[in-house]
Design a protein around this ligand. Structure first.
Ligand code: GN1
Ligand code: MG
Length: 358
């Protein structure tokens, strides 16, 4: 068999190494994902290795997904929630040599993509992520474990940035000088976040926490949203995480890897489609305070991602894989450019939000 997947993993799910074919797919930074085709019954599955450097408690994730899957099965049996399948032994994952693997159903007739080419895709994706939170509105978030502590805690991310800054080698600090100044200058976003953090009008909800477009499956022929995938960070959080990450990743025609900053512009129709799609599910659920924070959600997520890339650069790029030394610095510059675009278009973006809310 090709690739380095132990036969024990395949066998835990009742396959044999000589009757499956595996192909690496996906573009995520964190986990490795394979398309597993069973030659026996011609069925396809997704086999995924959980990155235990990042997710130190893989069973916490598996239990979270199971708790949500059980709840949804009871309350919304028709909702498609692609949870991992149990092994032959009934385990939530296959573990072998300190590695953890899971097997998921492959959803036929759907596709995931890396870049948006139509506003409809933004609308449909945002609707899917909104729908998940809406269906879980009454779910008790306190039963969920935190799969990555402080994951979207902006104050903590800022603190990590200042620690990294204090310890960074002089050459990295010199290369990043301007970006560091920009990061420090935007500290007011942290203060703003802190001022809402504990408000009862800003409740914990079940958040996906990674709402990029490749984490939603659309119907191949109609482009209609089918379901969300990649549930590792399904845990309690604030609504600004999901909506904010969509604003971060759907508005610009170019990704966080684009180095030409002149290309980093926001597309207003994609903003409108994202907000509309999200509100088509969440409008009746969000509190008045949350509705005031719609535009802030984008600033919060873009700033946090900029800080995360910059922090990683200063630490020697130990978290986000890179293909050249300054890539995480370039990614941080890209995100700060996007942030400045959000500030520049603030007025018109807020007008669009008002229109979507009315
Ligand atoms: C990571 O692996 P991927 O691409 O789904 C990261 C997200 C970042 C994203 C930026 C667990 O997600 O938080 O937004 O990279 N996931 C984790 O590309 O850190
Ligand atoms: Mg992910």
């Amino acid at each position: 068999m090709e690739l380095s997947i132990a036969k024990e993993v395949i066998e835990a799910y009742g396959f044999t190494a000589d009757t499956v074919s595996l192909q690496q797919i996906g573009s995520g930074h964190i986990n490795q994902t394979y398309l597993l085709s069973s030659l026996k019954d011609n069925k396809k599955y997704i086999l995924q290795n959980v990155n235990t450097e990042v997710f130190k408690m893989p069973f916490a994730i598996a239990n979270n997904i199971k708790a949500v899957a059980d709840y949804l099965k009871e309350h919304n049996p028709d909702y498609l929630f692609p949870a991992p399948m149990a092994t032959l032994n009934g385990d939530l994952m296959a573990s072998h040599n300190d590695e953890f693997w899971r097997l998921l159903p492959f959803v036929e007739g759907t596709f995931a993509f890396d870049t948006l080419s139509e506003t409809k895709q933004a609308y449909e994706a945002a609707k899917q992520f909104g729908k998940l939170s809406r269906l879980l509105n009454k779910f008790d978030t306190s039963v969920l474990s935190v799969s990555i502590p402080w994951f979207h805690d902006l104050a903590w991310r800022y603190e990590q940035f200042t620690f990294a800054l204090n310890q960074a080698p002089v050459n990295l600090k010199a290369n990043a000088h301007e970006v560091i100044e920009t990061a420090l200058h935007h500290h007011f976003i942290v203060d703003y976040y802190r001022s809402y953090e504990r408000s009862s009008e800003f409740p914990n909800r079940v958040m996906h926490h990674d709402t990029k477009i490749s984490n939603v499956l659309l119907n191949s022929s109609t482009n209609i949203g089918v379901c969300v995938i990649d549930l590792d960070t399904l845990m309690p959080g604030k609504f600004i995480s999901d909506l904010g990450d969509m604003i971060r990743t759907y508005l610009c025609a170019f990704s966080e890897n684009e180095k030409d900053l002149n290309k980093i512009k926001i597309r207003l129709p994609y903003f409108e489609a994202t907000v509309k799609g999200y509100l088509s599910e969440m409008a009746s659920i969000l509190t008045p305070t949350e509705k005031e924070l719609i535009l802030f959600s984008g600033k919060y997520m873009v700033y946090m991602q900029a800080l995360r890339f910059l922090t990683d650069y200063l630490k020697g790029s130990i978290y986000y894989p890179i293909t050249y030394p300054a890539q995480n610095l370039d990614r941080a510059k890209n995100q700060f450019k996007l942030l400045s675009e959000l500030f520049e278009s603030e007025k018109i973006l807020q007008d669009i939000i008002e229109e979507c809310l009315s």
